[in-house]
Design a protein around this ligand. Structure first.
Ligand code: 13P
Length: 332
């Protein structure tokens, strides 16, 4: 029997596991490689991602991996397709399908995510290539008077159109509205904006009749701005984030998988752990879909050298295991 959208969504947020976001576009992975002095060639990208995906036991803590278009089509140096490496390790392959956040006309500094043109055909091909789920990211900046209504509605509309097309292709959509942590705003401001963003997104998902049981939400946590002189502590972040989600996210959604968004890896783990330790009966699983918070340590340990493979893989496993424990509120 074929898996339903709901089966796939639930498998991605099963107790003790979460998602690795390894879907950096070529320019973004170049930035990461620049940081370790490695040239961003196709082979280096392949070898780096092969290192992550072949980490022994990764499937104990990682339910799924979000890939970039190039990676979904790539094979490891020994010829094994990277998708095959994931599935044989019990990990579900997913794919980023948006074409990036572009300037929003008429609203300097704000962005709208593009990529709806041709999306139906891309989704059909991705399903053929073995992807089971997808991701689309919208970004919102907290400014003096932002985000604007134009930014809220344009992004919500695109997220819902994307989710409808993904579900039609049998792919679970991960709906990612990210309120950026850049800026000196307070945690209060982040909470207000995050709630408004989520309400707008779910209103549009409702209009476009998205099957809520067959999707996942990937939001930011409610945090103090990176440059805010007063930084909220771990418990405060956990409480405010859960409060905001309870106000705005329907109970039919099976899981919420946070992005790390520039938090340090340890702090991202502590926040998730604290939310799952609040002892509240929540309708959705709270898990992770981290990029930087899972990859910063292995990327540094790898440094582009084959001889560092085992050290890099154990650095990755350490973060994956810590976050797996945090989904249960059991990280010590
Ligand atoms: P970060 O965890 O590094 O924010 O990446 C998650 C992601 O997929 C952003 O789209």
């Amino acid at each position: 029997m074929s898996q339903t959208l709901s089966d796939i969504a639930k498998a991605l947020v099963v107790d003790g596991k979460g998602i690795l976001a390894a879907d950096e576009s070529s320019p973004t992975i170049k930035k990461r490689f620049d940081g370790i002095g490695v040239e961003a060639t196709e082979d280096n990208r392949r070898d780096y991602r092969t290192m992550l995906f072949t980490s022994p036991d990764a499937g104990r803590y990682i339910s799924g991996v979000i890939l970039f278009d190039e990676t979904l089509r790539q094979s490891a140096a020994d010829g094994t397709p990277l998708v095959g490496i994931l599935t044989s390790g019990g990990i579900i392959p997913g794919i980023k399908v948006d074409k990036g956040a572009k300037p929003l006309a008429g609203f300097p500094g704000e962005k709208v995510t593009e990529g709806l043109d041709g999306l139906r055909d891309r989704c059909a091909e991705y399903a053929q290539l073995g992807a089971k789920f997808t991701k689309w990211r919208a970004v919102y900046t907290i400014g003096d008077d932002g985000p604007s209504a134009a930014c809220l509605t344009a992004n919500a509309h695109a997220l819902a159109r994307y989710a409808a097309i993904a579900q039609e292709a049998g792919l679970v959509p991960i709906v990612e509205p990210e309120v950026l942590m850049d800026g000196d705003h307070s945690i209060d401001d982040c909470q207000v904006v995050s709630e408004e963003v989520l309400r707008t997104v779910f209103a549009e998902l409702t209009i476009q009749e998205i099957e809520l049981e067959g999707m996942l939400l990937k939001p930011n946590m409610v945090l103090s701005g990176a440059d805010c002189p007063e930084q909220a502590g771990v418990e405060e972040v956990a409480k405010r984030t859960v409060q905001t989600l309870k106000r705005a996210v329907p109970a039919a959604v099976p899981g919420i998988v946070f992005l790390s968004g520039g938090q340090s890896d340890e702090v991202a783990t502590l926040h998730l752990n604290a939310m799952n330790k609040l002892g509240e009966q929540l309708p959705w699983q709270l898990s992770f879909s981290y990029g930087r918070a899972l990859q910063a340590a292995p990327l540094k340990a790898w440094a582009g050298k084959t001889e560092n493979l085992a050290t890099a893989q154990s650095a990755f496993l350490e973060r994956a295991k810590a976050n797996g424990a945090a989904t249960l509120g059991a990280y010590a």
